[in-house]
Design a protein. Structure first.
Length: 547
């Protein structure tokens, strides 16, 4: 009941409220600057309505934005006096609304303030003076890479009202660092400038003046799409696509970044072929056929491929040389020539060194390097290291000479008992192991069999077997698997290698009598020799095979 009575009383009181009157507002005013207003609530008899109540304040120019601050005001004893600001430069009136009673001010002219910043308007956008960011809510039109469009630039005040009578120079930059942007001058505070974005993606353009007091502006994000299929480009290992690239010099590899890495003769590497627009942005062409070609002998797998947006080839050059070219051809286009250096890679090492060395002695090891074409390799960096044993390399590395050879010195002083020293020779990613038996006296091998390397297979696909015969005789070699089954048998005639008086060396490549590789495991190798007086040699040794 009390609430109902209060509502009735309030209605009766406001029934006396008849109009709102603005005191005269001086004109012109400046956008963004505050000025004082005075508003009085009147009764029907023209008296001040002595009541406290809220009201809203707008302008007659309001649309999706409200251009006056504050928007909510309060009356005290029927009067509102306060300072307000109008953001839009225009001719307008203020409008006050209190419980449905509306009043208007006199016509006010609001002029632009001092220039404060630059404003960029992209295609599809329009300027919105007095708004929070100067642009009507919209998305700029999408653009096509390499196609020119125009942007509008305005000199504006702090509320984004255009300021005339300015002819400042304008300088552009972009998140697309390959964009083509034309600097220029404003005329009466505005200008239209051509722009071309080249890199697909979302990019922004920034405009500034050389006046530090004028704030630069960055545009809304512009979606840039690739253009039509116009190029094919070949990428070597070490190279990546560089969309938007503006260079036209082939030695600067248009559309690419990075340097092609060196490749090796007869060793396959991957080549990518991409379909792009005229600005090197990737596109999907649907269906095109591409193949590779060169002025040098190459092989490729596949020999041709279907190009949608990309194709991949495995390529190998048959010979060494610098700046060997390769390019790609399709049904529609041909790429420019890409250059790659092809060098020899070590595929085989042949050594010359003693098999046996007395402790404390020094010897020379000579290694000759060959590539996949079985050609010697000149100037190849080669290292030598002792990976097993007490010997030391007096020379640990060097370059091969014009004959593809390198000589180093090896010495073993520390051996107190017989041992086999293992020396690793490495060039490129190829490692070759040799063994030198270090003896304390000439008879250390007597009664023994030595195999090097042991185990073999994963590090070298054969092992060398050494033994000493007290006399020249026919020798039989037999190899048995871990279960005692015969694997291989060989006969050596008296006097030949393997059956001569003194040190003998034979090899086994891990294959059985039929030439097939044996399985991983421990194998027993047995040698025996006969003369007319009886058996003079009968020894066994265990050898591990690990592929």
């Amino acid at each position: 009941m009390i609430i109902m009575i209060n509502l009735i009383l309030t209605s009766l009181i406001f029934a006396q409220f008849n109009s709102i009157e603005f005191n005269h507002i001086n004109t012109p005013q400046t956008a963004g600057d505050s000025f004082e207003i005075s508003i009085v609530a009147k009764t029907a008899s023209g008296d001040t309505f002595p009541f406290n109540f809220p009201a809203t304040l707008k302008t007659t120019r309001d649309d999706i934005y409200i251009y006056v601050e504050p928007q909510l005001i309060n009356f005290y004893q029927g009067v509102c006096r306060r300072k307000v600001r109008v953001s839009i430069a225009d001719s307008l009136r203020l409008r006050c609304d209190a419980s449905g009673i509306v009043g208007y001010s006199n016509q006010i002219t609001v002029t632009p303030n001092n220039p404060k910043r630059i404003l960029i308007i992209c295609p599809g956008e329009s300027i919105a003076p007095g708004s929070p960011d100067g642009r009507f809510i919209s998305q700029p039109q999408s653009q096509t890479a390499g196609i020119q469009f125009s942007v509008k630039v305005y000199m504006v005040d702090q509320c984004f009202n255009p300021v005339s009578f300015r002819s400042d120079p304008i300088y552009f930059s972009s998140t697309d660092y390959f964009a083509r942007l034309n600097n220029g001058n404003l005329v009466d505070g505005r200008g239209v400038f051509p722009a071309t974005l080249r890199r697909a993606g979302t990019h922004r353009i920034t405009a500034r003046t050389d006046n530090q007091a004028i704030r630069a502006d960055t545009s809304t994000g512009i979606n840039v799409f690739a253009g039509d299929f116009a190029r094919i480009i070949l990428l070597l290992p070490g190279e990546e696509l560089l969309p938007g690239d503006t260079t036209t010099r082939f030695n600067q590899t248009p559309g690419k970044t990075g340097k092609a890495t060196r490749q090796y003769v007869k060793e396959a590497f991957m080549v990518r072929v991409l379909a792009t627009d005229d600005c090197f942005n990737r596109v999907d062409v649907g269906n095109d056929t591409v193949y590779l070609t060169s002025d040098f002998a190459i092989s490729s797998d596949p020999t041709q491929a279907v190009l949608h947006d990309s194709a991949v080839f495995a390529v190998a050059f048959d010979s060494t040389g610098e700046n060997q070219n390769i390019w790609t051809i399709s049904n529609n286009f041909e790429s420019y020539r890409s250059m790659v250096d092809v060098e020899a890679k070590t595929k085989k090492i042949v050594t010359n060194h003693p098999d046996t060395l007395r402790a404390g002695s020094m010897t020379t090891i000579e290694a000759t390097l060959y590539d996949a074409n079985d050609q010697i390799i000149k100037g190849k960096y080669t290292t030598f290291s002792v990976v097993h044993g007490t010997g030391v390399m007096l020379d640990s590395s060097g370059l091969t000479d014009t004959m593809g050879a390198i000589k180093v010195r090896f010495e073993c002083k520390a051996a107190t008992t017989p041992e086999t020293d293992t020396i690793a020779i490495q060039a490129d990613d190829y490692t070759y192991l040799i063994g030198i038996f270090i003896e304390g006296d000439p008879t250390v091998l007597e009664g023994r069999i030595i195999a090097f390397p042991n185990p073999f297979g994963y590090n070298q696909n054969w092992t060398e077997i050494q033994y000493i015969l007290p006399t020249s005789c026919d020798i039989t070699m037999a190899i048995y698997d871990p279960f005692g089954n015969p694997v291989l048998s060989r006969e050596y005639e008296q006097g030949e290698e393997g059956a001569k008086n003194g040190v003998n060396k034979v090899t086994w490549d891990g294959r059985d009598q039929k030439g097939k590789r044996v399985a991983n495991g421990i194998y027993v190798i047995k040698f025996w020799g006969l003369v007319h007086t009886g058996k003079v040699f009968d020894k066994t040794h265990r050898i591990a095979v690990v592929w």
